[in-house]
Design a protein around this ligand. Structure first.
Ligand code: AGP
Length: 615
């Protein structure tokens, strides 16, 4: 996710901002830039790549002692990573510069209005639209920067954390936030603004965490003023004295990035739906499908290529697409597909799923599919990644950077995109009734808060995990949509706790695996009310009668399984199709706590890389 650092004070601003950006590198980014005010003019330097690349660019310019600057590390959401799309972004007049973290949903309509009023745009970013909107308000109304920002933001739909500077008022910064965090450090005659407190921790422990829809006017030598964006009323901000360590702040107060990312899932799913599920119109809009809907509507088969967790998301897609769109789906391990000289037809659609967008096997599978004339659609989390560039089109999951090697929010946001595609095409093809479509749209919109509810059982799951710390093996069982979740749960456990675990379709037990069951063999069973419940209950009884220890994922209020299982982890009711978005959450937490109790390196498990960019 993007990183913001700004400084206004009595020290040299550039080194403070550059070092601050380095502190935010853990957030993941693809381009970076800085703007500073010196000898009555604005200087902006930007580059694709890392902060160290920006330092090389700065080294080619004259030294300066500017005491006001703003910097940014960009995680691309609109517009590929390059120098033009990097921040800071500048307004047409050159008077205003902005750095922004977030997504402006209505940027396209705002841009069109501004273009009608003569504004021109250099970049593909929503951020450049925002800085020119502020300029337009300032010019139209002849008001100060702080007021202009407040008026402009009242026209914006989406999420933002911004810092804005006007070169005509070099002793002032304006900061504002909605949906993305901003921390303001208060030093001796100096101010720091950043996405979190890590960039200025050594300068001050006094922090204002800007609240939602609040705007701060920061003036050299003056007390900070904080206003509500909605009505411009002034409020007295709460100043907190920081206790956390640097590392602790980078993990958002969580012990590991993986746990932080598990808890980021409600927001990650919300961000992935943002601008695509328009709930008040009950409409799903996906430009990548709209521009190629003939391909999908005419498709006779969908082939999905992926690896690991992304392959499990592909299996969920097989159930969902076949139910919603009624065309056959084949899910292939990319590593197998690439060497099998696969048979492809002109009306096949290939979908590649990848968090990193750099997995070698998946890239190779895409290239083979393209050589055979197939249309390839990508579902990636990293904007501008190789897979996002070599596929014909695609859709980004807006999960933000996933630092932990074990995929968590990548999996749930991939399924979110899959649900959006299934609903869009099911409605377009008429294979989903209007009432079913509407019901699913409403349910999908409520998924983030259901995930939030499951996360409140974190403490209980931590205690359950204690009973399985010494396990040597484990079996995961699920039926229908929950079969891929059983596979994913087993992968989570084995890759971070090093316990051997296998996932099976629950009915498969009697074809061999049941021979493994004894009191040493924990069995995790997904037994939600919707999804062959009675049959799963009889599988549980078979395991119980062989002294297997059972952890069951059940729907809230379940009583029948509670009589049989040793532990029950409850989740809110949902349709079968969206169950994977919920049933996977307790399994992520279970594997996390077992691994922690076994003293494993949860974020960087042995032998594993975050992205397998080699064969
Ligand atoms: C899952 O937790 C692992 N990190 C791994 O299986 C991963 O899903 C796989 O390597 C595919 O990576 P990708 O999604 O970046 O292509």
């Amino acid at each position: 996710m993007c990183g913001i650092v700004a400084y206004l004070g009595n020290k040299a601003a550039e080194p403070i901002v550059i070092n601050g950006l380095k502190r935010l590198e853990y957030r993941g980014y693809d381009s970076t830039g800085i703007a500073y005010f010196d000898d009555q003019s604005m200087h902006t330097h930007k580059t694709k790549g890392k902060v160290s690349d920006l330092e090389e660019v700065l080294a080619q310019h004259p030294k300066h002692h500017s005491t006001v600057a703003m910097g940014h590390t960009r995680w691309a959401t609109h517009g590929v990573p390059n120098n033009v799309n990097a921040h800071p972004q500048t307004s047409n007049s050159g008077n205003l510069v902005i750095v922004h973290n977030g997504i402006i949903e209505n940027y396209a309509s705002l841009k069109k209005e501004l273009q009608h009023r003569g504004f021109q745009f250099q970049s593909d970013t929503d951020t450049e639209v925002l800085v020119n909107l502020i300029e337009d308000v300032q010019q139209q109304k002849g008001i100060k920067l702080g007021k202009a920002v407040q008026v402009a933001l009242s026209q914006v739909i989406g999420a933002y954390a911004i810092v804005v500077f006007d070169r005509r008022k070099p002793n002032e910064l304006v900061a504002a936030r909605l949906g993305s965090p901003l921390a303001i450090g208060l030093g001796e005659e100096e101010f720091f603004v950043a996405s979190d407190a890590t960039p200025f921790l050594e300068y001050t422990k006094n922090v204002i965490y800007l609240e939602e829809e609040h705007l701060a006017i920061i003036r050299r030598g003056k007390k900070i003023k904080v206003h509500k964006i909605k009505d411009d009323s002034q409020i007295t901000p709460y100043i907190e004295e920081l206790q956390m360590s640097l590392e602790n702040i980078q993990k958002g107060g969580y012990d590991h990035f993986m746990l932080k990312e598990i808890f980021e899932q409600p927001k990650a799913i919300q961000d992935t739906l943002r601008g695509r599920l328009l709930s008040n119109e009950g409409v799903i809009t996906l430009s990548s499908l709209r521009e190629h809907d003939n391909r999908f509507l005419g498709a006779k088969r969908i082939i999905i290529v992926a690896c690991g967790t992304s392959w499990h998301a592909g299996l969920v897609a097989e159930y969902l697409f076949e139910e919603f769109i009624r065309i056959p789906v084949e899910v292939e391990y990319a590593s197998e597909f690439r060497y099998r000289d696969p048979i492809l037809y002109p009306d096949d659609v290939v979908i590649a799923i990848s968090q990193s967008g750099e997995t070698a096997d998946t890239i190779a599978a895409i290239n083979i599919a393209k050589e055979k004339g197939a249309f390839v659609y990508g579902i990636c989390n990293v904007v501008g990644s190789t897979i996002s560039r070599i596929t014909d089109t695609g859709c980004y999951t807006h999960a933000g950077p996933e630092i932990g090697v074990a995929s968590t929010k990548a999996f749930t946001t991939q399924i979110t995109v899959i649900a959006l595609i299934g609903l869009y095409l099911g409605k377009a093809k008429g294979t989903l009734s209007r009432s079913a479509y509407q019901a699913y749209v409403t349910e999908l919109e409520n998924i983030p808060q259901k995930v939030e509810r499951i996360l409140t059982s974190q403490a209980f799951i931590e205690t359950v995990a204690q009973s399985f710390e010494a396990a040597q093996n484990c079996i995961y069982l699920g039926r229908g949509y929950n079969f891929p979740v059983a596979l994913e749960g087993a992968l989570k456990l084995k890759e971070i706790s090093y316990i051997h675990a296998e996932g099976y379709p629950a009915a498969e037990m009697k074809h061999g695996p049941i021979a493994l069951i004894d009191k040493e063999m924990p069995v995790v069973v997904i037994a939600t009310k919707k999804g062959h419940y009675e049959k799963v209950v009889s599988n549980i009884q078979e395991i119980k009668s062989r002294e297997g220890r059972i952890i069951a994922i059940v729907s809230e209020g379940d009583t029948q399984v509670k009589e049989l299982a040793d532990y029950c982890l409850e989740i809110p009711e949902s349709s079968e199709a969206f169950a994977p978005l919920l049933t996977t959450i307790p399994l992520q937490l279970l594997s996390y706590y077992i691994a922690v109790q076994r003293g494993c390196n949860v974020d960087q498990p042995r032998n594993l890389a975050k992205s397998v960019t080699v064969e």
